[in-house]
Design a binder for this molecule. Structure first.
Ligand code: SAM
Length: 295
């Protein structure tokens, strides 16, 4: 399925909304197991704003020689290029780009004071690496991690190379599977320097969520100075038990965090500037986790 080979698939596959939004002219079928889809490697260009979209403040209006207002353009003058797959099975969703990756990208760009300078950032479930690449535009080092799958880890490396002109930080790519009982020695060595953890769209399967929370506990125990920012999309479904809509994966994650009483949890206001072009739906959230010092 790699290296631009095109294959036909008849397994259950799904496609990220981001890909659909960016390729509105392409024909998209709904997720189903009874159809044939073309699965291929693609490159997507994620343009982002480099200057404020805010209308000019009245104190700073500029006019031309005729006295007409000079309208400030808001150029999407830079872009991150990401190679990924256009649709995948559930166990390979990391080979696509998901909305939360762009939300976390916006969050990082809008909070450069948190992510710049000497920060060493660990990304969990990096997928094809978009969020980590944004972080690598500002901080000292980014450690990209995901399950030990050659396709995913080598795709992150490829995307780092594709965007090397934007990247200022040192980058490392290594396996980290939340399901593994022990973290590798190499990872432990790296963790000593990490002070920020980021993750986008890793809350969608309760078993993975449980393992993620245990992994966070292990990592954050190394130094209480670590802060984790977990971006996700609350995916709503109708519950026949409650006869109402609910976001089961998100609720399971919040319940686990509460049960543990190990983390201080803050739900961040996501009303920050949007730098990337995507549909920033209201279901997107970021949780900020710090360790509970009373423990
Ligand atoms: C929905 S994708 C999100 C990818 C990327 N962060 C994004 O937002 O575009 C979920 C990610 O979690 C990773 N993942 C799933 N199970 C995992 C595990 N047990 N350990 C580490 N990562 C895992 C997947 O490989 C995938 O990269």
């Amino acid at each position: 399925m790699m290296d631009n080979t095109t294959v036909e698939a008849k397994t259950y596959t799904l496609q990220s909304e981001i890909y659909r939004e960016m390729n509105a002219d392409e024909e998209h079928s709904v997720d189903a197991d009874d159809d044939t889809f073309v699965i291929k490697n693609v490159r997507s260009v994620f343009r982002f704003k480099c200057q404020s979209m805010q209308p000019p403040n009245s104190d700073h209006f500029s006019v031309d020689e005729d006295g007409d207002l000079i309208v400030l353009r808001s150029p999407f003058s830079k872009a991150i290029v990401i190679e990924h797959i256009n649709r995948t099975s559930l166990n390979m969703v990391g080979m696509q780009v998901w909305r939360s990756a762009l939300l976390m990208g916006d969050f990082i760009m809008g909070n450069k004071n948190i992510f710049s300078g000497d920060q060493v950032i660990l990304e969990l479930g990096s997928g094809v690496g978009l969020t980590g690449i944004v972080a690598a535009m500002y901080c000292k080092e980014v450690v990209f991690t995901d399950i030990d799958n050659t396709n995913i880890l080598s795709m992150i490396e490829k995307n780092i190379r594709l965007n090397r002109d934007l990247i200022v930080s040192r980058t490392t790519v290594m396996p980290l599977d939340f399901g593994e009982p022990e973290l590798s020695d190499v990872l432990w060595t790296k963790l000593r320097d990490v002070n920020i953890i980021i993750a986008a769209d890793v809350i969608y399967d309760n078993e993975i969520t449980k393992q993620l929370v245990n992994t966070l506990k292990k990592i954050m125990a190394v130094s209480p100075m670590k802060t984790a920012y977990i971006g996700m999309e609350k995916r709503y479904v109708f519950s026949s038990v409650d006869l109402d809509v609910c976001a089961p994966s998100y609720e399971y994650f919040c319940d686990l965090l509460k049960q543990n009483n190990w983390f201080q949890v803050e739900i961040l206001d996501c009303n920050f500037s949007q730098y990337f072009q995507y549909n920033k739906v209201k279901e997107l959230v970021i949780l900020k986790l710090t360790t509970n010092h009373s423990m």
